[in-house]
Write a new protein. Structure first.
Length: 449
């Protein structure tokens, strides 16, 4: 549950809490940080924060220090950044004994947010929305695959011949989900104890694939909760001797998505997107949706940041290929659902590997642009969007990288430093993949070439 500073101090004094995790989100959407001895946290960290090397915003997935980032390099000496706790995020971590946690912002030596930090990028876009008299409500839907193998066993097997927790399609199957209810229940109860509002769990299509849904919150809270859930689910799985993956496309069957539901409301909680201008939308709502649709291609890097991300986008897989919008139409990239206060757009492009702060920041920025410039919304699409000849989701990381890097709108809205930073992140991923020799190549070429 949520935790006040005063309660934390009481818990530390009584011995209930002995460890405080301080975590900040890196480019890949992972929480990085420290475990701080709780008495020291109370005596020092509350006032002064803590610190971490600035390469935390300039490494690849393997934590290799990558040259070419302005924020961190050998030339600049790999200095420290501050980790400034946001005490609104303080909570218990019930799956670890005696442990509390707080989300931190990366800050410079002047206590200013580091501009290329994902949480800072989202906060900047939310500040723009606030200045326009609105706030963003958001929910994320993460799918994952459960394996009977531990993470260590999976590594030692080269991620081959892993045993999925279910060996047939368990979409909505109560029998199928009961096979892994020990794990799913532990995740649900522990996330409830950490202050997330749990809704439900259900099976999905791929073997061993499941989803746990949480209630929507304000956009920043949702992204904080998303990061904690993703970390915690892996840790709980490990404690139970199994493993889960959120990678976008583990095999040739269905990938794992991260559908993002986003709505704007007035500061008085008024449903500003809903109205009688058509399709249940207000004029502002139509502009909002038009803005998101208009910028989907140049924002795809934020929705699909890895080489593997683009293997989800296949015909007839429930992962979108056409950049159309429709009323409750799952073949479209953008699905309009709900009515009145619940009216929202579901972005079906992001996969389970998306960084939520970056993906939501992109959607907020695009929706706001549509409102500010009164962009005109095209008619809703009805039918099978997979079969349509229309604007498409980029088919590769390289294509998405070019769209992001060459967008004047991205430069204007996010800043040249953010644009350059995440262009380099894409370049790093592309370069690493270009040097890798895959099993597919060996099977195809070893004897027959």
């Amino acid at each position: 549950m949520s935790l006040s500073l005063e309660q934390l101090k009481e818990d530390v004094a009584s011995g209930k809490i002995d460890t405080v995790v301080v975590g900040a989100t890196d480019m890949q959407g992972r929480l990085q940080g420290k475990r701080i001895h709780a008495p020291f946290f109370v005596a020092d960290t509350i006032k002064n924060g803590t610190e971490g090397c600035n390469y935390l915003l300039a490494v690849d997935v393997d934590m290799n220090t990558v040259q070419g980032y302005d924020v961190s390099s050998w030339d600049t000496g790999y200095a420290d950044m501050g980790l400034a706790p946001d005490f609104n995020t303080l909570r218990y971590l019930p799956w670890h004994d005696g442990t509390a946690m707080v989300i931190a912002d990366f800050v410079d030596h002047h206590k200013h947010d580091v501009s290329v930090s994902p949480r800072s990028i989202l906060k900047n876009q939310l500040a723009r929305l606030d200045a326009a008299g609105m706030l963003a409500l958001c929910g994320t839907e993460l799918e994952f695959i459960v394996f009977q193998d531990t993470y260590e066993q999976a590594w030692n097997k080269g991620y081959k011949d892993l045993i999925p927790a279910n060996q047939y399609n368990v979409d909505y199957s109560l029998i199928g989900t009961s096979r892994v209810e020990k794990l799913l229940r532990a995740i649900r109860l522990n996330m409830d104890g950490a202050g997330l509002i749990v809704e439900s769990a259900k099976g999905e299509c791929n073997f061993g694939q499941h989803e746990i849904a949480f209630r929507y919150e304000d956009a920043l809270t949702t992204c904080d909760n998303h990061s904690i859930y993703k970390m915690g689910a892996k840790e709980i799985a490990s404690q139970q001797g199994c493993s889960i993956t959120f990678m976008a496309k583990f095999n040739e069957r269905e990938g794992s998505s991260c559908h993002i539901h986003l709505s704007f409301r007035g500061k008085d909680d008024s449903p500003v997107l809903a109205g009688d201008a058509g399709d249940g939308l207000s004029k502002l709502g139509r502009n909002y949706l038009a803005g998101i649709q208009a910028h989907m291609r140049e924002l795809t890097l934020l929705f699909a940041p890895n080489i593997n991300s683009y293997k989800r986008f296949q015909y007839g897989t429930f992962a979108p290929t056409a950049l159309k919008w429709g009323r409750d139409n799952r073949t479209c990239a953008l699905r309009l659902v709900g009515s009145g206060h619940s009216l929202r757009i579901e972005n079906r492009v992001p996969g389970g590997d998306a960084n939520p702060y970056l993906a939501v920041a992109g959607m907020v920025a695009a929706g706001l642009d549509g409102i500010e410039n009164e962009l005109v919304l095209e008619p809703a699409f009805e039918g099978n969007a997979y079969a349509l000849e229309t604007s498409r989701v980029p088919t590769s990381l390289r294509e998405a990288r070019e769209l992001w890097a060459n967008s004047a709108w991205v430069t204007k809205v996010f800043g040249a430093d953010v644009q350059k930073h995440y262009t380099h992140m894409a370049d790093t991923e592309i370069d690493a993949y270009s040097r890798a020799v895959t099993d597919w190549e060996r099977f195809r070429n070893f004897e027959r070439m």
